[in-house]
Design a protein around this ligand. Structure first.
Ligand SMILES: [Zn+2]
Length: 424
């Protein structure tokens, strides 16, 4: 008995044990691969880096016996500093389908992009201490992609593989709200029974994210009237003041519903102080706990834009929407979490979950009706900062957790939730 095997409980069958034990040997190659992948910059805007990474992932995932496709993203619209709509390009997204006719269908997703741009100072991984790797994307989520891949390889080596088909989607714009890939994610979700997402656990101890808030990003464009600040101040309509007024009133909505937060991130506009500015932008985000609150805050912000516009006698145009719908824990998702926890318990991995204000592709998969556990990646922490770290022993640990989950979904020991739309 070696490594983690000593933690395996009696509930783990001999056949499961044999597959899981084989994963023990993967620690070295998983760590090496994470080091290689971390060294490749894949900031969400670094299209060259993303294309290189997509090619490498395509080769790696073809080990599962089918050829992944690299699909073009949907063009993404954004509002530039002049208040005009601009189209930006994202990287390609990987899609793999295996055994689409099998009775149980699982969707596994992850992202290849990171929050660190090409010119960021944080580009290379270093060992913080033995077993703790500090590097860009090591936890979020190049480590998670390794976990997903090794778990799927383990499933393929198991006696139950034929009963379970799956799709893998690895997108290139998760860190910028997945707008270019959400259609692909939701289409894949429509053919699956269960969603597994490889975001890192929420704590170094491995706590999963349960319910997630929904997230919307808005840009308010204020268009006023320019005038000489000395000669003709009264005929000006100050767009900066209107945008600021909107910002203050919008921010005051925080807490108006339980869990509702409004964060004003940026105000831009204006110029010399002797000119009444005719253009200003206010960029803000809203997070909500429920679908009702989502509709409430959308209506409230629209009402505010109209009211502030009327008060300042200028035009306010509110752009934006919820790109991450709220993900409350429904019964089928709760059951899936309990199944994951039961697998964890038999592997000596205590699993718990808690709600979070953070969002990910799990929000969008849940909106498509899929029960989703979206933090099945590695243990680590301080993601989105230069102190991001990965606890490397969690690579094998989490691969074993997912492998056991997949084997049991295939075998039917974990009941397969009804497919979306299949229930009345
Ligand atoms: Zn992530």
């Amino acid at each position: 008995m070696t490594g983690r095997e000593k933690f395996f409980g009696d509930g783990v069958s001999a056949a499961e044990r044999s597959v899981l034990s084989a994963l023990e040997g993967a620690q070295g190659r998983m760590t090496e691969t994470v080091l290689d992948w971390s060294a490749m910059n894949t900031g969400s805007a670094n299209l060259d880096g993303l294309e290189r990474m997509a090619g490498i992932l395509k080769t790696s995932f073809s080990a599962l016996g089918a050829e992944p496709a690299l699909l073009d993203p949907v063009p993404v619209e954004t509002i530039d500093g002049a208040g005009e709509v601009r189209t930006i390009r994202r990287g390609r997204n990987l899609h793999l389908s295996v055994r689409t006719q099998a009775p149980v269908q699982v969707l596994l997703t992850g992202h290849m992009d990171t929050v660190f741009p090409k010119d960021d100072a944080f580009q290379a991984a270093t060992w913080r201490e033995p077993g703790v790797l500090n590097g860009p994307g090591v936890a979020d989520m190049k480590g998670g992609l390794q976990v997903m891949l090794e778990a799927l390889k383990a499933l393929e080596a198991s006696p139950w593989a034929e009963r379970l088909g799956y799709q893998v989607v690895i997108n290139s714009d998760e860190e910028v709200s997945s707008i270019g890939s959400v259609a692909l994610l939701q289409d894949a979700a429509s053919r699956a029974h269960v969603g597994l997402v490889y975001e890192p656990a929420t704590t170094p101890e491995g706590v999963l994210a349960g319910a997630r808030k929904g997230l919307a990003a808005f840009t308010l464009v204020a268009r006023g009237v320019s005038a000489h600040a000395g000669r003709d101040h009264a005929s000006g309509r100050n767009a900066v003041v209107a945008a600021a007024d909107f910002a203050v009133r919008a921010a005051a909505l925080s807490g108006a519903r339980e869990g509702l937060t409004i964060n004003v991130g940026r105000i831009e506009g204006g110029g010399p102080t002797n000119v009444v500015p005719d253009l200003a932008l206010c960029r803000l985000e809203a997070r909500v706990a429920t679908h009702e609150d989502r509709h409430w805050v959308e209506a409230e912000l629209a009402r505010l834009a109209a009211a502030v516009g009327a008060d300042h006698r200028l035009t306010l145009e509110l752009n934006g929407r919820f790109t991450r719908p709220p993900k409350p824990l429904d019964a089928s998702t709760q059951a899936l979490f309990e199944a994951v926890a039961a697998c964890g318990a038999q592997l000596g991995q205590p699993i718990s979950w808690k709600p979070t204000g953070g969002c990910c592709d799990g929000n969008n998969l849940a909106e498509a009706g899929l029960p989703v556990v979206d933090t099945l990646g590695v243990r680590g922490g301080l993601i989105h900062s230069r102190d991001e770290f990965l606890i490397t022993e969690s690579l094998v640990e989490r691969a074993q957790l997912s492998a056991l989950l997949l084997m049991r979904l295939a075998a039917g020991t974990i009941p397969c939730p009804p497919r979306i739309g299949a229930a009345a």
